[in-house]
Write a protein that binds this ligand. Structure first.
Ligand SMILES: [Zn+2]
Length: 312
């Protein structure tokens, strides 16, 4: 894009007060038309427009002296609308469109881009939550908010999520390898406020089963003060890939509610597995000293294990 007459000036989207995308002014022509460049659907793709209620274009051909644009609806509407930017000169529409300008086009693109960016941030888990929070944004017109439905955005959101995370690990050992790499650990297991990380360690039991523990540093400190520790195994809400036998949840009563201390993704539910998990727990929470450890009766083997190896 270096052939553009870049002023390098960045500004908030003055042309469309509904959106918050920062735009780059490419060229200010003699009649003070601003040509805006905005990110397209794919990486390194852009579309261009001159503000609200203008037609939008993609670059068609670029030469030393001119850039030729064609309508973004070239394929969809078979529109032959064209425009030309003389390098260092003016910008003009060179052939007519077969449709009026779409007043919501830019706002819809901004909406979509913001939603996709929020998926990439990984701050929220649910697509519906992301979409709803964006739809509450009054900077978009009511019409745009109504048009931008889950049906329309699910696929781009799904693609954005797939692209911004590593491939699904095939085993809990592979998950541990991922979590030990700073770039993924940051992305996968950091807390919502980004100040802490849930991942605290992994262990392999004598029966060769592998287990991954998620207890934030804050909760490990908090755990040193609790007097009651309870646990439960979740079998339904657990990943199918990589294979896991259960999510082992540690909880404690706090005021009038029960709050989770941490979660351990367990590959098996054997005595050696629990033994390894509790050994890990003692290492990562050395001050954990509940006077009333309670465990779900379903873990029948557990009581015996604990009586032999109490948390001290
Ligand atoms: Zn057109």
């Amino acid at each position: 894009m270096s052939s553009f007459n870049l002023t390098g000036q960045k500004l908030h989207n003055a042309a469309d007060a509904e959106a918050e995308t920062v735009l780059l002014v490419l060229s200010v022509t003699a009649d003070a038309v601003l040509l805006f460049q905005e990110e397209g659907y794919r990486g390194n793709s852009y579309f261009y427009h001159t503000g609200p209620n203008s037609h939008a274009y993609h670059v068609n051909v670029e030469t030393e002296k001119r850039i030729y644009f064609r309508c973004v609806f070239y394929d969809k509407l078979k529109c032959w609308g064209r425009a030309i930017l003389e390098i260092g000169g003016g910008y003009r529409q060179s052939s007519n469109h077969n449709h009026p300008p779409d007043p919501d086009f830019v706002a819809q693109r901004h909406f979509r881009q913001n939603v996709v960016n929020r998926v990439r941030e990984g701050r929220y888990v649910g697509f519906a939550e992301i979409l709803e929070s964006e739809r509450r944004n009054r900077r978009y017109s009511r019409r745009v908010r109504r048009i931008m439905t889950m049906r329309k955005l699910r696929n781009p959101m799904y693609r954005a999520r797939i692209e911004s995370f590593p491939p699904v690990p095939e085993s809990l050992r592979d998950l541990t390898r991922l979590l030990l790499r700073d770039e993924w650990r940051e992305k996968i297991s950091c807390t919502v406020d980004k100040d802490d990380n849930l991942y605290c360690g992994s262990t392999t039991a004598t029966d060769n089963s592998h287990h991954v523990a998620f207890i934030s540093a804050r909760m490990r400190r908090f755990a040193s003060r609790i007097s009651i520790l309870q646990s439960d195994g979740t079998f339904r809400a657990r990943p199918q890939v990589p294979h896991s036998a259960q999510v082992f949840v540690l909880v404690t009563p706090w005021r009038n509610v029960c709050i989770p201390i941490g979660w351990i993704l367990m590959e098996r539910r054997t005595i050696p597995a629990y033994r390894a998990v509790f050994q890990l727990l003692k290492e990562v929470c050395p001050d954990l000293n509940p006077s009333m450890p309670k465990y779900k009766a379903a873990c029948g083997t557990f009581a015996g294990l604990l009586s032999r190896k109490p948390i001290n």
